[in-house]
Structure formats: C-alpha cells, structure tokens
Ligand binder design. Structure first.
Ligand code: G6P
Length: 368
C-alpha cells in the first residue's frame, strides 16, 4: 500500500501526529464508552481467573510496551508478569507454568524471534494471545486470541503510533484482567476506562510540545551520549526514549531506572552528557527530582519532561523543561511517549539523518 505523507516532511512525524486517532480507534475496540466497561474485541474470551502468571514476549519497541504492561498487570490485576526479549526467551529454558497466558506484542506480526517464541509456548501447552497491528500476519493467525492494535499502517522504521496503540491494548487488557480477578471494583473500572477515553484528547495536548522539542533538539543534537531516566512506568518509557534517539539520530543513548543512577551511570555525567528525566506527577516524583539534583550537582544538563506541578517541584534545579499535560498516573506512559518521540525526531532532523529509513535497520526483522 502506498501511504501518503500529506503535509508532513517524514512519515515518522505524520505517524506521531496521527496518535490522537490511532489511540482512539484502539481504545474504542476495548472500551464501551456508554457503560464504561472494558472487554475483549470480537467476543473473544480469556479466563483471567485461570491464569497464575503472564509472560510478555516481544522485540524492540514492542518489548518496552510489554515492560510498561508489567506494571499495569501487577498493580491492577495482581497478576505476576515476566517480560522477555523474544530472542532470549526460548533459549533460556524457562520454567514455564502451564496455567500461564503468554502475550506476544508485535506491530508486524512477522518478527522471527517473536514467532518462534509463540510456537515454543504453544508446544508447551500455554494459552497465547497476540497484541498485533497486522491482522493477517502469521503471529495473528497462529495465536489463540487476537488483541488488535488499530494503529493503521506504520511506515517509519522507528515505531511510534504502533507503540502507543500497543500500550492502549495492554492497558485495556489489564483492566479486563483486574475486573475478572475481582481486584478492581465496578467503580475502579469506570474510573480507569474514563482515563483511557481521555487519552486521544490528552495526546493532542501533548503534541503541543512540538516547538519546544524542536528548540531543545538543537542543543541535544550536539551530544555524544544521552541518558534517559525514569521510575515506575517511566523506566520503560526512558528505555524507549533512548532507543528512539539512537535509532534515528545515531547518538548513543541509554535508558535507566532513575534509582540506579548511583549504581553506575552517574560516573558518566559531566557537562557534556545531557540527562532526560521523565517525571510526571505521581508518588515517585520527589525521588526523581532528587536524582535530577544529583545530576545538576555534577554539572550534567537536565532535560526534565514533566507537567506543570512537576516543573514547580523541580524549579530549584536548573533544567530545560518540556511540559506535558497532567494526567492520572495510569495513562502517563502513553502521554509521555509523545515528547520523547518528538525529541528524537527533531534531533534526527537537526542531524540530517534519514529519519524514516535509518541506516542498518529494518521495519520488520524476519530472520533470526
Ligand atoms: C524492528 C523495528 C522496530 C520494532 C521491532 C519489533 O527492530 O525496527 O521498530 O519495534 O522490529 O517489530 P514488531 O513488528 O515485532 O513489533
């Protein structure tokens, strides 16, 4: 299919700006807006009371969506989750529970390692489900349940709207699981589905950081290394932010749990190593702000991605800031994906790289 770039210079930018619609479509497949409940699409059923754990298996960006989902499943459904990189999973001789649900997250549905891991789980008698964007793909066809992401065709090699759609499907699934397992009350379900339905509008607000991201990208593009730090669900978002930056700008970047700063990465910090701190208002904000002070004390440049309140809390420490909309912590990882995408995009544009077709990378990796 030939997809038009419209007024956008790159597919990646077009796809970033499509996220209000792509998340709305995806959430619409899981959430009934009238009675504010969540259910599996197409009358499928998964008996969440029968599962004793969940494995989430994927590669690349899809793996980081799985890492965010681990926080959701454990918090809202009290279901233990193991996340695995598909290429590691089947070679590590995992001690599998037969009562587990194995979830495969994949945009293309054709990634060789993810497909091999799916077949491995089926041979071992596990229930399988695919969070997948291409409904006709091999992984969609071979899984017991299909959890669709309705991102539409994604052309840019660096995944953006497929990632936020994966997060929308997984967040909905966590609510479904929490309700089925009696962890969430009807009132909780109403609250959480309300938050999910706010995502498209909040993404529209988050996209307003574009100009600020563009300006900050001028300085960031001069860095050789960039660290991304976050706590809780922002830890996988930090890893995804670092991946986005390295994929398209070729700047070395690493994502770390902010609490690990003292256990290694702090040694790298000097005036030449910018640190992107991703810190929405949540119970962990103060801790992340104190990490920010540790960076500043070592003359590291901080780029704080936060909301209005977080900017006030962090105001004593000199930092560049990107202000995202304030939101319930449940949906924060979806909204905070937007500023890290725009930042990576504008750094790449500043460096003049081939944004949509970065060197050495393929959209879908169908060989091991
Ligand atoms: C490649 C792409 C990434 C993608 C990964 C997994 O590395 O460049 O954007 O996240 O494959 O692909 P999948 O289709 O399984 O999501």
């Amino acid at each position: 299919d030939v997809v038009d770039k419209g007024p956008y210079r790159h597919y990646m930018l077009k796809e970033i700006f499509e996220q209000p619609e792509s998340t709305a479509r995806t959430i619409g497949a899981y959430v009934n807006a009238v009675d504010q409940t969540a259910q599996l699409p197409n009358e499928q059923e998964l008996d969440f009371t029968s599962f004793d754990r969940v494995y989430i298996i994927a590669c690349g960006t899809a793996y980081y969506a799985g890492c965010v989902a681990k926080y959701w499943f454990e918090k809202y459904a009290k279901l233990p989750v193991e996340t695995d990189i598909a290429s590691e999973f089947r070679y590590r001789e995992p001690a599998l529970s037969k009562n587990a649900l194995a979830i495969f997250v994949t945009q293309s549905g054709e990634t060789a390692d993810t497909l091999a891991a799916l077949r491995y789980c089926q041979e071992n008698g596990l229930t399988t489900a695919a969070v997948v964007n291409v409904p006709t793909s091999t992984i969609a066809r071979e899984s017991d349940a299909i959890l669709p992401t309705l991102a539409g065709a994604e052309v840019g090699v660096a995944s953006t709207k497929a990632f936020t759609a994966q997060l929308c499907s997984l967040a909905s699934l966590a609510v479904i699981a929490g309700r089925a397992r009696g962890v969430l009350t009807e009132k909780d379900e109403t609250h959480l589905t309300e938050q999910l339905m706010q995502i498209p509008g909040r993404i529209t607000e988050a996209l307003k950081v574009e100009n600020a991201a563009k300006e900050l990208a001028v300085d960031l593009s001069k860095a050789r290394d960039v660290l991304y730090l976050g706590r809780g669900t922002m830890f996988p978002i930090a890893m995804e932010g670092a991946l986005k930056l390295k994929e398209i700008s070729y700047i070395h970047a690493e994502g770390y749990a902010a609490g690990e700063l003292k256990h290694g990465p702090i040694a790298l910090i000097d005036e030449n190593t910018p640190v992107v701190m991703i810190a929405p208002t949540d119970p962990l904000l103060e801790k992340t702000i104190s990490n920010m002070q540790e960076v500043a004390a070592r003359h590291g440049k901080v780029l704080l991605i936060t909301d209005e309140n977080g900017a006030k809390v962090g105001a004593d420490t000199p930092a560049w800031t990107l202000i995202a909309p304030s939101c319930d912590p449940f949906i924060a990882p979806i909204l905070y994906s937007v500023p890290i995408q725009l930042l990576a995009y504008y750094v790449a544009v500043e460096k003049g790289t081939d944004v949509d077709q970065p060197r050495n990378l393929a959209k879908s990796v169908t060989v091991e």
